[in-house]
Design a protein around this ligand. Sequence first.
Ligand SMILES: O=P(O)(O)O[C@H]1O[C@H](CO)[C@@H](O)[C@H]1O
Ligand SMILES: [Mn+2]
Ligand SMILES: [Mn+2]
Length: 401
Amino acid sequence: MRALILVMDSVGIGAAPDAVNYGDEGANTVGHVADACMAGHADSPQREGRLRVPNLVALGLGEACHLATGRVPPGLDGRVQLARYGCASEISWGKDTPSGHWEIAGVPVAFDWGYFPKIQPCFPRDLVEKLCELAGLPGILGNCHASGTDIISEFGERHMRSGEPICYTSADSVFQIAAHEETFGLERLYEVCTIARRLVDPLNIGRVIARPFVGSNAHDFKRTSHRRDFSVPPPERTILDLAQLSGRDIVTIGKIDDIFAHRGTGRNLRGDGNAALFDATLDGLASLAEGGLLFANFIDFDTLYGHRRDVAGYAAALEAFDVRLPELLNRLRSDDLLIITADHGCDPTWSGTDHTREQVPILAQTAQSMSPIGRRAGFADIGATVARHLDLPAPLHGAHF
Ligand SMILES: O=P(O)(O)O[C@H]1O[C@H](CO)[C@@H](O)[C@H]1O
Ligand SMILES: [Mn+2]
Ligand SMILES: [Mn+2]
């Protein structure tokens, strides 16, 4: 008996009931990607035509969309093998990655994060001064809200000449630092981030993110997989903590260990991109002991396609993920529990480049008996269900299905 949680980062299935408060009323990541595919607007050398995700459909993705919005997106109709699908809206106020993941793991974020205002400069002057002084920097570039790829095109060359790191933020509670892996140095970037982490603690900022890149000019800069997130730890015990306290085997895939500030994250397996992360998931499962927990994040949907508003890329990523699913399903034992879900939306047809406040799918696969999932008021029901399946102490939040 083992449990697996796979988070398809940003794969939302329709506006949350409170989306209007975020300017996201009508956002729908999967729905709008499927619409664009059906309309022939998401054709590319990688894919064409309607969205083809038969394995996710068999697990109930289309029906979960129907529960969330009242319609099955085009191409997502089809037979569901087991009626173990549902949808959930988020309790935490933030539509960011840590809030979503912590809530999935049983800890909704009951406080508001600090955010940097959408003005320029966006960072307080004393914060920048302290950072430059403590890290020995000649200054910083950026100091604004930005898309991470746009801002390295804009300032990357100047950064390579001056040694000033590029600092920016977004609608999330983040202080992001982009720097060239070779001219600035990866370890040096991590050092600067560690100093920044300490300085933004009093401002309640969720994450400092190192954004290393390579290349020689504005046209060929490319971010690398050496990104690192410096998160604050969750305020209460997550299911990872509960599993650790019970002496269970824990395998985390991708950025899960950063998101949980390395607490209870067990053996961490990394991979550059969704395909490598899927390989790592299969490896992790092969070595996962009885009673163990595997927790995986698939980042590409969000970082490469959602934030970049790349609809065809998003569709291709969903299809590529879907194609791999049978490999995982075939390796599950009948008493294992697999839950596939998401942490927020990032509708690639939406304005701006930020996340969208959406409901998420819950697709469960197990031979164990389970009540219908339906519409859940909180992602923490996932954590509660996993805890029950693994016979761990119940987390403080959430009700199992
Ligand atoms: O535009 P990039 O750098 O990808 O930034 C995005 O990634 C951050 C962390 O996931 C988000 O806050 C969003 O701003
Ligand atoms: Mn995310
Ligand atoms: Mn994101």
